[in-house]
Design a protein around this ligand. Structure first.
Ligand SMILES: C[S@@+](CC[C@H](N)C(=O)[O-])C[C@H]1O[C@@H](n2cnc3c(N)ncnc32)[C@H](O)[C@@H]1O
Length: 328
């Protein structure tokens, strides 16, 4: 409680009514908790043990709350940390305070961080060690096998077949993928590109970009056929001309952040980076974040034709791209 006293004086912390006290020890290899005399404990997985101590503390809170089934939506968490001992009070009636909003933000941030790390590293490890190296089809089947038992962020086999059809039909020479993740869609696209086709794939997160690139290489593709750009979609688009030269993009797969789809499409158009009849595929088209883009294209039938859609993967043909290059 020593560390709580300065906050209490400032009136930032209301200590009543107190409902639960939990006491934690957070050594590097395990967590433990006691609630009303009842103990709970567990060990950190290898992935979790790499997290910062502050994240481990919050994670310990989450695990303990799950164990003790303290799930009431009105509850808020207050966390005080003193060396080696984390004391958590679960209190009622703070649900509207800025402090509880902050707690919720921190909590959801840690979940996202964990999900990203666990998902990327374990997907990569599974695919790397179970596929036949050099065989793109084996890489894809190993991803699909992994997804039968684990949460996965890739487009998966059903939407993957839809993507295959479009790549085979369009035979694109220049493809841009926004959101590489572990390289599943990249491998699907690359195996169907014409011999002179090239994929540029963009990934914001450096760790994920490295893992994705490694899987693409494991699938047997060479650096002349693809490039992973480790940056945001906006940065990639602004420097795209240096990668594509005068060639317009024939296919764009947007699978990064639906909130950015419209602004990225507009930036591609402003930069005159789309070929005369470019196909833009957007994933998660039915999520609220993608609504702006869907409304934008459906309101402009002279510039865009909305094609087929499968489980939120939507095909849009843009008629606003650069004019065809003169044939010699
Ligand atoms: C759904 S996953 C992509 C899955 C991948 N297309 C596949 O099917 O294999 C989304 C990825 O986009 C990345 N991402 C999110 N926002 C981004 C941005 N603004 N620019 C680039 N990548 C971004 C995330 O880090 C994540 O790896």
């Amino acid at each position: 409680m020593a560390s709580a006293s300065p906050v209490l004086q400032l009136g930032l912390l209301r200590m009543r009514p107190l409902q639960y006290w939990l006491k934690f020890r957070v050594p590097p290899s395990a967590w433990g908790a006691v609630c009303d005399g009842r103990p709970a404990f567990g060990s950190w997985s290898q992935e979790e043990s790499l997290l910062h101590i502050n994240c481990l503390e919050m994670l310990a809170v989450m695990k303990a709350l799950q164990f003790f089934q303290v799930t009431d939506g009105q509850m808020s968490l207050l966390v005080f940390s003193v060396p080696l001992l984390l004391v958590v009070a679960v209190m009622k009636a703070l649900s509207c305070s800025p402090l509880s909003a902050l707690c919720r933000q921190v909590y959801s941030g840690i979940l996202k961080l964990l999900h990203r790390k666990v998902c990327v590293s374990s997907t990569h490890a599974f695919v790397f060690s179970n596929c036949t190296h050099g065989q793109a089809q084996s890489v894809l089947l190993t991803f699909d096998l992994y997804s039968t038992t684990h949460a996965s962020s890739n487009i998966g086999p059903q939407k993957g077949e839809f993507l295959d059809e479009i790549v085979a039909r369009e035979a694109p020479l220049r493809v841009l993928e926004l959101g590489t993740h572990c390289g599943y869609a990249s491998v699907r696209i690359l195996r169907l590109l014409p011999p002179s086709g090239k994929l540029l794939t963009v990934e914001l997160d450096p760790l994920t970009a490295d893992r994705g690139e490694e899987i693409i290489l494991v699938a047997g593709f060479k650096n002349q056929q693809f490039q992973v750009l480790t940056c945001s979609s906006a940065e990639a688009i602004s420097s795209l001309r240096s990668h594509t030269g005068n060639d317009g993009l024939d296919l764009v797969l947007m699978d990064h952040d639906p909130e950015l789809y419209l602004q990225d499409l507009l930036a591609l158009q402003r930069g005159n980076l789309l070929s005369s009849s470019c196909v833009v595929l957007i994933n998660r088209a039915l999520t609220p974040g993608a609504r702006d883009l869907v409304e934008h294209v459906t309101a402009r039938p002279q510039s865009f034709s909305v094609g087929r859609q499968l489980h939120g993967l939507m095909e849009i043909r843009c008629h606003t791209g650069m004019s065809p290059k003169p044939q010699n």
